[in-house]
Design a protein around this ligand. Structure first.
Ligand code: ADP
Ligand code: MG
Length: 271
């Protein structure tokens, strides 16, 4: 397989959009799997109590499983909560269980409540895993969990669904990112926008695509993820689409998107 450049420094990428169903989880797990397929070491942190990323990576996430919840409340290190995915020995996941649902409220009264994930990431806790990439899959809200993800990362990846109202709510997301930049994490930037669920048969999809490109320019990946049944079927088998149907258009497009992300990082020497 074609090699992808290894980043000079570990890249921590938060996948965020407070809208549900835009492809955050699907993009997280498939980009992670694509990078792992090319020999890079990748850690996915599932920060959504639904645990959909854990499911797609074939990682146990029943209540009581060591998870990101215990990491956030300071009971476990990230490495101790991480499990290797069923699909690659280079791909790890810190699962989310339903226990995380209460965390947003529990965190409010905790010390350094916005930077608990950052602390967990900055320790030697990852010496065993040594990931080149860390992806953080956010819940569909802008609450404390998403703030923790934005404080822990240098990059934000925003998936945008090629649909009606695609840009609705984006202003709010960008303002929140600016607030985090101003007060908590000056190094944060929106590095990547990924258009998802593109349906070439509709005029609307093209309108959304050109509107987003007009607005965000080069931040938008050239690769667009098509709407594809295979992509939506894969999690039902505890798999990414790369494992479920490697030759499918969905799998190929995520491989292309991962290549763009890796090459962009190499170009910019992203830390
Ligand atoms: P989010 O994490 O933003 O809530 P998901 O990644 O869970 O969004 O995607 C929402 C739904 O859309 C899921 O059922 C998923 O399987 C489906 N989906 C995501 N991407 C695609 C795609 N490219 N083609 C078809 N279905 C998709
Ligand atoms: Mg999700």
């Amino acid at each position: 397989s074609l090699q992808l450049p290894r980043p000079r420094h570990r890249r921590v990428i938060t996948v965020a959009n407070q809208k549900g169903g835009v492809g955050k989880t699907t993009s997280t797990v498939n980009l992670a799997a694509a990078l792992a397929l090319h020999g890079l070491r990748v850690l996915v942190i599932d920060l959504d109590p639904q645990g959909n990323a854990s499911t797609a990576l074939g990682v146990e996430h029943r209540s009581g499983t060591p998870s990101v919840y215990e990491v956030l409340i300071g009971e476990l290190s990230l490495a101790d909560a991480a499990a290797v995915s069923s699909q690659s020995d280079k791909l790890y996941c810190v699962p989310a269980t339903i226990d995380l649902a209460g965390a947003e409220i529990e965190l409010v009264s905790m010390v350094a409540r916005e930077s608990r994930l950052k602390e967990a990431l900055s320790s030697e806790a990852l010496d065993e895993i040594q990931p080149d990439y860390v992806f953080i899959d956010c819940p569909p809200s802008l609450g404390l969990l998403t703030v923790n993800a934005m404080v822990a990362a240098k990059e934000v990846l925003i998936p945008i669904q090629c649909e009606y109202y695609a840009l609705e709510g984006l202003g709010q997301l960008l303002r929140n990112i600016e607030l985090v930049q101003a007060h908590l994490n000056p190094t944060l930037s929106v590095s990547t926008i990924l258009l998802t669920m593109y349906d070439g048969r509709t005029k609307l999809a093209d309108q959304v695509t050109s509107e987003v490109r007009g607005h965000f320019g080069d931040t938008v990946l050239r690769t667009v993820i098509p709407r594809s049944v295979k992509v939506s079927e894969a999690p039902g088998y505890g798999q990414t689409v790369l494992a479920y149907d490697p030759g499918s258009r969905g799998a190929m497009s995520y491989l292309d998107a991962a290549r763009e992300i890796a090459e962009y990082g190499a170009e910019k020497g992203t830390e």
